[in-house]
Design a protein. Structure first.
Length: 643
């Protein structure tokens, strides 16, 4: 499809159920924003953008506006998803569509603005222009949906992230914000809402995948004087940052989704449990809640009805276990975050002993769209058992990192090799860890499986909250398992013995496997026995741990054992790390022909393992060497060899 044809098609059609790929990712901009007669600059100022220097970019644009006397607006927006291209700057000139530029650091600002204000485009910096229903596009300039990263996305949760001003309720309302909430409280009963969400097929996006509407009905049908709704924004998985980006980029969407959900179960009080390490997200969420109260969308007698709702922010201390529902509830109650046995389930007896429902940010952010377009529109996306879209956080060894939102059923191959641009530095793909510390690996053999709840479980992985950590050929899978087991062991609440002691024992075995056994000890035998017992120990932990986190704790080990057993065997029997990652398994030797006897390596060796006289070849004493690599780093004559 040519650019002209794409534009004409987009201009002629509105957002519809049979939308094209382009429209799915980027619905037409509304006329209210297209007719803006003032030049506007947008700077991606989410956490990722700020880390790349967006604040300096913002100040540079601010100075440019002042120095040139421009009648222009300067707005900070959230992350549009392509974190590897930050800082991102969008420019909207009167009569022209908004256009996006990547990697605009402060020193590039003057040149960029000079060019664009003169009607010229540097195509090397262009991410794309936004589709418009009224304005003529920039000539010979691609649309954002023609960028491979965005082309296959279907954006519901991320629809306005990086586009809307996250600090303006006016901006949100003018784009249809709170219309779904208004529709719900004025035309639907709580049961109607629960039923509609159940029919949509929306499943919890926090990892469990339980049907959202069905879960709500349990709480709705439980009689109580007080009910609570909790948004879990704790997001403890390494490599996951979806919730943070949504709150930073479109906080009012979460407020609206939480308000809809609270009404559906009859809750008058809601909590957002968010990790304290998200200061920008917290700041923007607090502002959004206050503005929503001021404009009558929260509080008492909302929009002239008898509906009332208060939203309270509770900061978490970063404990991974508080991602488990009952531990999270204990934390809000001021107790230590530790799981409790179930039943009773929180929907019957949760916070303060009252019916409580917990959903994560992504789940709630889907609700306004479902209410607006209907259960059928949502359920037509995805697969038979996994409906709608899913947001994934792409990190690791890929060319393009960031957030993507795709329809359930999209293949992992498409995500990694088309949208993320393939493996960094053209290395070979090895695996992708999905589901965080509780998940597992998807390997080359399974790249074509669709991302849905059932398919991932069949290969030993899981959806989880949506983290995807991509690994290349230089990754040691035993080291990966050790990393996640170390994380899980440190984050274990310690309440039940299988998780507390079992994960510690599994970590001990992995640490032994990834280092050379001490001479004159029985460590070699222990390594062998540990290898034989790993899988059995993992099964015991799975079967006997108290909560879901403990039950899924061995998954990274089981997954890597299943797909990369040869690497474990190399570590144990050959004492070799195939990827060359496990430092303690490396053997260092000195090439006596190349050694000049400069003594630099001997001076740097922390254990005195290098012997020799000045100007004579040196030697490494194996049983003293700890394989720190200091000698290799300082040698100027390439005489230190790594075997």
């Amino acid at each position: 499809m040519s650019t002209t044809n794409s534009y004409n098609k987009l201009a002629a059609q509105s957002f519809s159920l049979d939308k094209t790929l382009e429209q799915a990712a980027w619905p037409l901009q509304t006329s209210a924003f297209e007719k803006e007669d003032q030049t506007t600059f947008y700077v991606g100022a989410g956490t990722c953008g700020l880390g790349a220097g967006a604040e300096h970019t913002y100040r540079a644009i601010e100075n440019y506006i002042q120095q040139h006397g421009l009648n222009a607006k300067l707005i900070k927006v959230g992350c549009i998803g392509l974190c590897s291209s930050e800082p991102i700057v969008d420019i909207k000139l009167p009569g022209k569509p908004r256009i996006s530029f990547e990697k605009i650091t402060n020193e590039k600002v003057d040149e960029l603005l000079d060019q664009v204000l003169a009607g010229q485009i540097d195509h090397e910096k262009v991410l794309g222009q936004f589709p418009s229903g009224l304005l003529n596009p920039w000539p010979n300039t691609p649309f954002v949906f023609q960028n491979s990263f965005f082309g296959k996305q279907q954006r519901i949760v991320l629809e306005q992230c990086g586009i809307i001003d996250p600090c303006s309720i006016t901006d949100f309302v003018e784009r249809g914000g709170f219309e779904s909430f208004k529709k719900v409280i004025t035309t639907l009963t709580p049961f109607d809402v629960c039923d509609l969400i159940e029919k949509s097929g929306l499943r919890g996006r926090g990892g469990g995948g339980f049907l959202t509407g069905k879960k709500w009905k349990f709480a709705l049908q439980t009689a109580a004087s007080q009910k609570y709704f909790i948004c879990n924004a704790d997001e403890g998985d390494p490599g996951a940052f979806m919730d943070r980006a949504v709150i930073e980029g479109d906080p009012f969407k979460l407020v609206e989704g939480l308000a809809i959900a609270a009404y559906a179960i009859g809750a008058t009080k809601a909590y957002v449990y968010i990790r304290a390490e998200y200061p920008l997200a917290i700041e923007r969420l607090i502002a959004a809640i206050e503005m929503s109260k001021k404009h009558g969308f929260l509080g008492e007698n909302i929009l002239g009805t008898d509906v009332q709702l208060d939203i309270i922010i509770k900061k978490g201390a970063g404990a991974f276990v508080c991602g488990e529902e009952t531990a999270l509830i204990h934390s809000i109650e001021g107790k230590r975050g530790m799981p409790r046995p179930r039943p009773p389930y929180p929907a019957v007896s949760g916070l303060n002993g009252k019916p409580t429902v917990i959903n994560n940010v992504e789940t709630l952010a889907n609700l306004p769209w479902i209410i607006k377009w209907g259960a059928g529109a949502f359920s037509e996306m995805g697969t038979a058992q996994s409906k709608g879209t899913k947001v994934f956080a792409l990190s690791g060894k890929v060319t393009k990192t960031g957030l993507i939102e795709v329809a359930m059923g999209t293949s992992i191959r498409d995500i990694i090799f088309e949208m993320a641009g393939g493996i960094l530095d053209q290395k070979k793909f090895k695996a992708v860890q999905m589901g965080g510390p509780s998940g597992g690996c998807v390997t080359t053999e399974n790249l074509d499986i669709p991302v849905d709840y059932e398919s991932l479980l069949q290969v030993g992985a899981m959806m989880g909250s949506g983290g995807m950590v991509v690994m290349d050929e230089n990754t040691c899978m035993v080291d990966v398992a050790k990393f996640f087991m170390d994380f899980i062991q440190r984050e274990s609440c310690g309440k039940c013995i299988p998780c507390r002691e079992g994960t510690r024992r599994m970590l001990d075995i992995l640490e032994l496997i990834t280092k050379r056994p001490e001479p004159n000890t029985n460590e070699a035998l222990i390594r062998h026995r540990g290898m034989m017992e790993l899988e059995r120990l993992a099964k015991v932990i799975q079967d006997t741990s108290l909560c879901g986190l403990g039950q899924s704790a061995p998954n990274p080990v089981l997954s890597t054992l299943r797909w990369f057993k040869d690497e474990y065997e190399s570590h144990v029997y050959e004492r070799v790390c195939q990827a060359g990652v496990c430092q303690s398994l490396k053997i260092y030797k000195i090439d006596t022909q190349a050694c000049t006897g400069c003594t630099l390596c001997a001076k740097k060796c922390p254990t005195g393992a290098i012997i020799g006289t000045k100007k004579s070849p040196h030697f490494i004493v194996d049983n003293k060497c700890i394989a720190c690599g200091a000698c290799f780093e300082v040698c100027k004559f390439d005489s230190v060899l790594v075997l």
